[in-house]
Design a protein around this ligand. Sequence first.
Ligand SMILES: NC(=O)CCC(=O)C(=O)O
Length: 265
Amino acid sequence: MRVSLIQPAVEASESADARRRRLAEQVRGRSGDDLVVLPELWAAGAWAYDRWDQDAEPLDGPTAEAMSAAARHAGTWLHAGSIVERDPDGTLYNTALLFDRSGELRGHYRKIHRYGFDTGEATLMGGGRDIVTVPADFGVVGLAICYDLRFPELFRGLVDAGAELIAVPAAWPAARLSHWQLLTRTRALEEQVFLPACCATGEHGGMEQGGHSTVVDPWGTVLAEADRHEQVVTADVDMADVARIRSALPVLRDRVLGLAATAGH
Ligand SMILES: NC(=O)CCC(=O)C(=O)O
């Protein structure tokens, strides 16, 4: 199957509407792909805290509408990155959306680990509580977002729920590019999953985003990696590699659970 990551520049000079039109057009051109992934909060801007309230939308808002139509047009599964979702009770969430080839929304995931250390996302948004996997026609997709990469227990939970591919939209800062490259490879290797991770590039809200969107295989090998510029990166992946590698190197089988901690003396 073919996976593509669309890595756009997300900058304050472009409105959410204009970016939505631009990315919808790009997705419409991706016929032949089986899965397309977009970055985190690309419409509003992941670091544009001052715009989140005005650009917040319901699950079936303008981003979902445009992305559903684009997925249907291209005939591809589309991980539409994430939106600033406004729940009917008024709470904002950083919510990932996964559409199937017919444009039907098949899963959504509210980011569990909010970035900001008591500022920004951590105070402006609510946190999700649910681990989400979606059966696709090529395998089981697990959902996680950006800062979640630093929390291995979420990824293990996704694997326990059946995930064979974990898609990660992000707006990772350029200043911590080495963490991005290390964590994407580590999560793919330890969970023995394909891990397409799509990051934005460009600068807004005083943050330079790192690009370097990547597709990593269950052996920890980088199959494709972008540089810092706007681009689409594509990788051909064989989903049967997941079972092959899990059987050849059975670390998931060899886990020892329920260990007790003993204090030394
Ligand atoms: N948008 C994010 O989740 C940023 C995460 C980040 O900057 C980091 O983990 O470092």
